[in-house]
Design a protein. Sequence first.
Length: 374
Amino acid sequence: VNSPPASIGLSLELVDTPALLVDLDALDENIRRMAQAASSYGVRLRPHAKTHKSPLIALRQIAHGAVGVCCQKVGEAEVMALGGVMDILIANEIWGASKLARLAALALQVKIAVCVDDAQNVADLSAAAEAYDANIEVLVDINVIGDIRTGVEPGESALRLASKVASCPGLHFAGLHAYAGKAQHIRDYSTRQSVIKHAVELVATTRNLLEQQGLQCPWITGSGTGTYRLEASSGVYTELQAGSYIFMDADYGQNLAADGGPYRDFENSLFVYSTIMSRPTADSAVLDAGLKSSSFDSGPPHICGLPDVEWVGGGDEHFNVRTPGARFPYALGDKVRLIPGHCDPTVNMHDWYVGVRNERVEAIWPVAARGCSR
Ligand SMILES: Cc1ncc(COP(=O)(O)O)c(C=O)c1O
């Protein structure tokens, strides 16, 4: 295993680079704010752990009132359970005999729930649960965004699948999963609001249909960092599964708030720490953190304190930037903080978090579920 880029007590400027930094004050503040928001709306909070992949961070969220976590993969759930998280929702569909066996075995150790959108998958899940004498909570995943993504159509299709779940041994039908993924990053608040309003209507109609047929839906879960207040105040959703709020990223930094100003509900707490390793010209620099240290799927990272810097290229281990018309303000060997374009895949590129408070290293945490994509 890669050794950590720092040790406890080191001052920030001595942390080796590239390193995944977490500002612990900002992290704790974000955890507190989301927990407070969920409690003020009277909904449960089950943060998505695919963002941080760390049971230590999950337990910090749970200590502030979260009921458990979401995971996307069985491997992530196994790591969370090993780290002491006792209540896990796989907010995703799981296919394949070996994964279903692992899921059923895990359900003997901790509370497990999973999403479904297919009758054969329900039958396979039930067979796995029976083989292990396990009990698995099941949510019917409905597609409320109308895009190509997981989930059955709201309404009759959901009713058919929920009835199937309810008839299967080893499974307990618990409610609906309705995650409006595409809505999270719609920049304009009122468009985001109207997409969620439509989603909430679909969820409510589906819930009512199921309940009229005797299939109670006490658990309705979804939502993310961009829309959490909308689902929380809907009177329909009972649980939020936002993830990115603990770290934020450059992509979420482009969302707008209701007043048209920047979306500032949470603070940036995640950074890639990087060294200026070359200065080709007065207005340019090469940093030592490239595609293997920060994800570019939502655009390049931002350099803290340099809003006008232009990304001009780079590669696996380089990030090349320019400040057109101005001198690049850092010298060779200086270190800067990058705000990643997208927090989740960036975290998955690192073995260690370096937790920093007051410019000093306070925690070294493994990214324990790094690479757990099975
Ligand atoms: C099913 C599901 N729920 C919740 C989330 C969390 O969303 P965010 O990280 O934007 O808060 C995601 C993220 O992609 C997701 O796929």
